[in-house]
Design a protein around this ligand. Sequence first.
Ligand code: LLP
Length: 428
Amino acid sequence: MKRNVTIKNGELQLGGVPASALAAEYGTPLYVMEEETVRRNMRAFRSSMEEFYGEGLVCYASKAFCCKEIYRIADQEGLGADVVSLGELYTAKCAGFPMEKVCFHGNNKSEEELRAALEYGVGRIVADSLSELARLSRLAGEMGRKAPVLLRIKPGIDAHTHDFIRTGQIDSKFGLALETGEAMEGVREALALPNLSLRGVHCHIGSQIFQVEPFVEAARVMMEFLGDVKEETGAELADLNLGGGFGIRYTDADEPVPFGDYMGPVSRAVRETAEKRGLSMPFVLIEPGRSIVGEAGTTLYTTGPVKEIPGVRSYLAVDGGMGDNPRYILYQAKYDMLPACRADEPADRVYTVAGKCCESGDLLGENVPLPEMKEGELLAVLSTGAYNYSMASRYNRRGVPPVVMVKDGASRLIVRGESLEDLVQNDL
Ligand code: LLP
């Protein structure tokens, strides 16, 4: 395995805490987040923004992992935040997150959501359609506010990633298309509507992307568009939000690109196009989610029965599954796994790791290399920090597991696990 994991006396250590100690204290399944990794990633993005643009704002895409503590950490590290629902916005507000550093997304924001964004003083509302512009202007007027707006643009970039997480191409539910003239129409509308202040444009081409070129191309296309906007309307827009999507390592097959290797070529494209089109350098924002929290997370499970089906496969059951990690079912996402207390043993078997939901497709992986496994062991699934807890469900009335943060040999609970009482609390 190419990734860095810390193993002491054969046992996986997370933030300096032995995995078995975490399981003993909090039970399994358990989401574990390593704070130093989160902070290191946040700092790396910030410092590469400073290096390549001098200024700018890194907005943590909180859909990847959302709870109060992650907003507090993002704030302490000087980041902004991308939110995409009233729930995320409210969580950020409850955590005391500075609202002027929030970008509010969504392809179908409700009036309640837009009103909350205006009332809370969100810094940038990313409008996704022409009708939303009109709605936003009306609401802002009613509330005596001016709405700060970015326009979501489809740059027409086809990034190579799973179909469900591609967003930059014309056939996408998000944003306004350049090719059809809809994007320019959006700009004209936003400039003309009385209660909007158009700050700039936004794009996001997809997620878990390993190539640099689609990002460079998107930046170029967006800058050309800002050039067209200036030519056609006379307005020079300040903000260029280039979204997130940087790929991370789930298994050895993944080769993540260091942040600087994206930022360098992208910033050159922005600068060159600015010069070519006679524009000032824009204020650049980016929205990394997965690349900040993904590799910081590990999920610990206790193994259940092993079923060897001769000539077919060997099933290894765990005490969690699609409820806490739906990514195998949704995207056939692959994860590295380790027996946490025998973490240095050679993986000379393969298992189908099955969850405990009443559903045959409830798997966490197939052909997963592991040593021979027994019932009652601790299994660690690595790189689960992004889109696991945040996409968890209560299928089969299983509560969402707790999340602990680990750092310097100590652990603290940051999200309580759902109890049986929690599961019935809204039932009437
Ligand atoms: N900005 C916008 C507007 C986005 O839509 C997203 C992700 C991001 C930023 C952050 O992208 P990241 O840096 O995390 O790749 N549930 C899927 C991923 C969906 C991503 C949706 N949007 C998964 O588990 O792979």
